[in-house]
Design a protein around this ligand. Structure first.
Ligand code: C2E
Ligand code: MG
Ligand code: MG
Length: 459
């Protein structure tokens, strides 16, 4: 009898122990599951759970849309207002999205400051209106919390039938929506970008550009054109600017606007700019050897180059390799450089100038830092952006006075001036009136091939 009681007692203990272990593991598994499926901070789905759910929903529907929302300047918000407030903002964004979607829709937090939303609807205008109300709600409410700082959001959106794929997966739609979102980020004027056929072509082109750039350099697909620079007093060609074109295998020509921004993002621009510098040096050497008197050539330089420690050495090495007199090379930089570490950039400019290389500031007046850059960077030449000329003609008084004063100021600082984009005789007259030194533009010549330039201006 005693044995039976002992047996039952031991059995019960074992059972309790097993139940305890089971619940302990169950709880642990549940916690792990929760962590794997849900974002700890906001409670929103994680991306993997979201894509699973959405792929399931999209098997049954044809009116799905994916929108990606990103918080503008989140890093700045984190730094200025502190981590706690930034976390609060993320939680609030999550709450607002949750309140704006139906039970058949869902969303997730995909990265630090990015949320992906799945919405039903066939009318893109209605989808955009729904997203806009989410953005509006977050922006206005957040202002109270952030001392009137307006939290902005930008968004890329794609509809299930807006992609090329017949039955796109959630992952494919996220890729497209991300592309559209990046466009919204770059362009400022529009907070919501829809992935449409035009963006699709752009995405294909960017993918092509990125995957073919290295080979293109090996296969010499980058061609250089020269555009003459005219002395406005003597009307003589006293220089030229090297402008790159990419000629694809099938003969299609890509303009720099199609690939330079991509190269600036992925870093390839430094390599291309050095290639062009070397190509030009080789050409000048070739002219000198043939007894042809060359003119100075300007080469556009990406701002990426200026953060390289050995930039000046690399430039000088190439110029010396071809024994080119330094004054025949002019380097064009962008005014935005003054926003970077101006002191270190200026020291590089000075080292280049000590050798005799000219440094020119391109597209002056097109950015946000014009006067600042003029004050901080020790340049030899200022190229006034074409936009100046266009507006000077339209609003004669104000723009004209500003342009005239800039030219005057440059003269006082010992900097020569070039007007870009002179298209007509009226442009030329206006530019001559304000005392600009040089002109460049279609009025004199479009960018032309190097042999044509040699024939027309050097022989
Ligand atoms: P940029 O350096 O300001 O070059 C002047 C641009 O204005 C050129 O466009 C030229 O073709 C265009 N242009 C010249 N005259 C006129 C005119 O009278 N009217 C109008 N409407 N346009 C005129 P392009 O060749 O398309 O180059 C665009 C930009 O791409 C260049 O602007 C430059 O920032 C960049 N780029 C070109 N080649 C290179 C390069 O080798 N390296 C780097 N980093 N950037 C380059
Ligand atoms: Mg230029
Ligand atoms: Mg320019």
């Amino acid at each position: 009898m005693e044995k039976v009681i002992l047996f039952i007692l031991l059995g019960s203990l074992l059972l309790i122990w097993l139940i305890y272990i089971h619940f302990k593991f169950y709880k642990k598994i549940k916690t792990l599951e929760l962590e794997a499926y849900y974002d700890k901070l906001t409670g929103a789905n994680r991306l993997s759970r979201f894509t699973n759910i959405v792929n399931g929903i999209m098997e049954e529907c044809t009116d799905g849309n994916i929108a990606i929302l990103n918080i503008k300047q989140f890093k700045f918000i984190n730094e200025i207002f502190g981590r706690e407030k930034a976390d609060l903002l993320l939680k609030y964004v999550s709450e607002v999205i949750k309140a704006h979607i139906t039970s058949q829709e869902c969303y997730c937090r995909s990265t630090t400051d990015e949320f992906v939303i799945f919405l039903h609807g066939r009318n893109m205008e209605e989808i955009k209106a729904r997203i806009r109300s989410i953005i509006e709600k977050i922006s206005t409410d957040a202002m109270k919390e952030y001392r009137n700082y307006r939290v902005g959001l930008y968004c890329g959106v794609v509809s299930q039938n807006g992609s090329e794929e017949k039955y796109p997966t959630c992952e494919e739609m996220i890729t497209h929506a991300t592309f559209a979102m990046k466009k919204a980020k770059e362009m400022y004027q529009n907070e919501i970008w829809v992935y449409d056929l035009e963006l699709h072509k752009k995405e294909l082109l960017e993918n092509y550009v990125e995957s073919h750039m290295n080979k293109a350099l090996d296969k010499s697909e980058f061609k250089i054109l020269l555009q003459p620079k005219i002395n406005l007093q003597t009307k003589k060609v006293e220089g030229a600017e090297a402008l790159v074109r990419w000629i694809l295998e099938d003969g299609t020509m890509l303009s720099p606007n199609d690939f330079i921004p991509v190269f600036e993002r992925n870093g390839f621009c430094s390599e291309l700019d050095m290639y062009i510098l070397e190509w030009i040096c080789k050409k000048i050497r070739n002219w000198i050897d043939q007894g042809i008197d060359p003119v100075p050539i300007s080469i556009n330089q990406s701002k990426l180059l200026f953060v390289e420690d050995d930039y000046v050495e690399k430039v000088c090495y190439i110029i010396e390799k071809y024994k080119i007199p330094y004054h025949l090379i002019s380097l064009e930089i962008l005014e935005g450089l003054a926003l970077e570490d101006a002191e270190s950039i200026n020291s590089k400019i000075l080292q280049l100038q000590e050798k005799g290389i000219q440094v020119s500031m391109d597209d002056f007046g097109s950015g946000y830092s014009s006067l600042n850059s003029l004050a901080k960077l020790n340049i030899d030449e200022l190229k006034l952006d074409r936009a100046f000329l266009v507006t000077a003609l339209d609003e004669k008084t104000r723009q004209f006075i500003i342009m005239k004063k800039i030219v005057e100021m440059a003269r006082e600082l010992g900097i020569s001036t070039v007007a870009e984009g002179i298209e007509t005789k009226e442009d030329e007259k206006l530019i001559a009136e304000i005392g600009c030194n040089y002109g460049q533009g279609f009025c004199y010549s479009k960018p032309i091939s190097v042999p044509a330039f040699q024939e027309l201006y050097l022989m």
